[in-house]
Design a protein around this ligand. Structure first.
Ligand code: ISL
Ligand code: CA
Length: 562
């Protein structure tokens, strides 16, 4: 494994709208983030990933960009952004920006031109098609059967030129046409412009959707016309050659529906594409047959199988990114832990997993203080376009209100987007005005101020895990081996680098669990077992061959291999 700074780093994701509001308009902003840089430095993270801060009509909270080279007014100015970058660099932290180039906003100047006429110079920046004949309907219908991620067809009819444009996400997020060389040049120039301003890399939104199957044929059951399309690697290699290879930066591609083999193509050490990808397999573990909204129970053996598959198959070939939640996913503690009685220990147990797998860990804002999912009474309190579109569609199809609300409570994206909880004052100290999305009522107990005042808090546990990463190469580079595949209550594995070995033991449930070490899988000198971290007090020199783990107990030992 080649040593790289981005493998040794811990990333912290900021969703600016919900992080900190500096001027009382209820919307988080850049000055708000700047006011919290010492907090982030105290936590010890190395890299900040900033979700989109560009000009946008906010149909999808900034993932619909109308100008890639300008800052949205409600977040501040370019000067504020430069101050943020300088503030991070001064503190030894780095900044990666969100790159959203599968689509733009329909309010981007390119699309405004594109929709004007069929012979407009920008027409071919987007994907336009005439409708198909539809003798049974009103004469014409969508060019193909592709569906949008945000409900309904992926095509929108446009009066002006009587054609449809493609939008894999909302109607206000038309897909850019990557087949057009000019589009690619514009994107590369824009990336270069940001890199020359001094940023340290990119997180690339749905980057594996940029190449569409030629001819845009109907997709058959289980197939897709736009996931990992035929030219995607050619485009990624071109982007790398033209832009990324000229800088020492970090790149992570958001890639839905990829296998480890796909990930090796995108992020293989010798591929000249990306450094790592976000894969979604674990995020699908609690989906039912109807997909994301059909909430289903999950088993620990399945969880381990997925994680282990990625750990083993990428070993020595490509680098993993490790995340358990983000701005699109429910809060990890509510999903995989226990956000009630065992809030603190289960939050720490999941943190132990996050930081001791092989890959770069990503912390999503608020995770470090154990923020949880939220349950708003009324659908009117929700703001996310995916949630609102789904609600409408499901209601139209006759689904029961309370059943839909239960899906939203489990999976809705606003779970992760409620404002950061800074203290127990009004609106959790996030704003002096009215927050754009209501705060989670549990802010009185769960907030930064109380976390900082309690040395046993989840916050200090994250901080310690981050410190350990800096001290022990085995945490970064050690090879992963699962040691108890069948166990439905305990997740245990080793990480080995030369003669150094980590033994990680995690009880995933609230019941005590018996752990018996399989000496054939772990060969070490007991006298050298050093407890690096645990979420409980552990008696000194305890025999680790047989243990009874307490609810959600986590332990990490460092051993010397015989
Ligand atoms: O949120 C999801 C879970 O249902 C995904 O479908 C998500 O939309 C997908 O992972 C792509 O996400 C990214 O691109 C979207 C944007 O809405 C998300 O916030 C972003 O992370 C479109 O730009
Ligand atoms: Ca503000």
């Amino acid at each position: 494994m080649v040593k790289k700074w981005w493998k040794e780093s811990v990333v912290y994701q900021i969703y600016p709208r919900s992080f900190m509001d500096s001027n009382g308009d209820g919307v988080g902003d850049l000055k708000g983030i700047i006011s919290k840089l010492d907090y982030l430095k105290n936590l010890g993270v190395d890299v900040i990933w900033l979700c989109p801060v560009y000009e946008s009509p906010n149909d999808d909270n900034g993932y619909d960009i109308s100008n890639y080279q300008s800052i949205i007014g409600e977040f501040g100015t370019m000067k504020d952004w430069e101050d943020l970058l300088a503030g991070l660099h001064d503190r030894g932290m780095k900044l990666i920006m969100d790159l959203v180039v599968n689509h733009s906003s329909d309010e981007h100047a390119w699309f405004v031109e594109s929709r004007k006429s069929k012979d407009n110079p920008y027409r071919d920046y987007y994907i336009w098609r005439s409708g198909k004949d539809d003798p049974e309907g009103d004469g014409v219908t969508e060019p193909n059967n592709w569906g949008s991620f945000f409900s309904g067809s992926a095509w929108q009819y446009d009066e002006a030129t009587e054609e449809y444009f493609l939008h894999i996400f909302s109607k206000k997020q038309p897909d850019l046409n990557w087949e057009n060389e000019k589009v690619r040049r514009e994107v590369y120039d824009m990336m270069t412009w940001w890199l020359d301003k001094g940023i340290d890399g990119f997180r690339m939104d749905v980057i594996n959707l940029i190449s569409k199957v030629p001819g845009l044929p109907d997709s058959k059951e289980g197939e897709s016309g736009f996931i990992n399309g035929p030219r995607v690697h050619e485009f990624m290699q071109e982007m790398n050659r033209e832009v990324l290879s000229k800088y020492d930066v970090m790149t992570v591609g958001e890639t839905c529906d990829v296998t480890p083999d796909d990930a090796i193509l995108f992020a293989g050490e010798d591929r000249g594409e990306l450094n790592m990808v976000f894969q979604f397999e674990l995020m699908g573990i609690d989906s039912g047959p109807t997909g994301k909204w059909g909430v289903a129970p999950w088993k620990l053996s399945e969880f381990k199988k997925i994680v282990s598959k990625w750990q083993v198959e990428l070993q020595g070939k490509a680098w993993n990114s490790i995340y358990l939640n983000n701005h699109d996913q429910p809060r990890l503690l509510s999903r995989f832990g226990n956000d009630g009685e065992h809030h603190s220990v289960s939050g720490k147990m999941l943190a132990t997993l996050l930081h001791t797998l092989q890959g770069t860990p990503y912390i999503y804002q608020g995770e470090e203080i154990g923020m949880t999912n939220v349950r708003f009474e009324s659908i009117d309190e929700y703001k996310d376009i995916e949630t609102l579109n789904m609600y409408r569609e499901y209601r139209d199809n006759g689904h029961d209100h309370s059943a839909i609300m239960n899906s939203i409570y489990a999976k809705g994206r606003d779970n992760a987007r409620t404002p950061m909880q800074w203290n127990d004052e009004a609106n959790a100290g996030f704003t002096t005005g009215t927050p754009w999305l209501a705060v989670n009522p549990n802010y009185k107990e769960i907030n930064v101020e109380s976390a900082l005042a309690d040395e046993g808090s989840i916050f200090y546990y994250y901080k310690k895990l981050i410190e350990l990463r800096k001290r022990h190469d085995v945490i970064v580079y050690g090879e992963y081996v699962l040691i108890d595949a069948e166990n439905e209550q305990i997740y245990a594995y080793t990480r080995t680098l030369g003669k150094e070995q980590l033994l990680v033991i995690l009880n995933f449930y609230e019941h005590p669990a018996r752990f018996v070490l399989d000496r054939e899988k772990v060969s070490f000198d007991s006298n050298t077992a050093e407890l690096l971290i645990s979420n409980y007090d552990v008696p000194a020199n305890q025999d680790i061959d047989q243990l009874t783990l307490r609810p959600y107990e986590a332990r990490v030992y460092k051993l010397t291999v015989n």
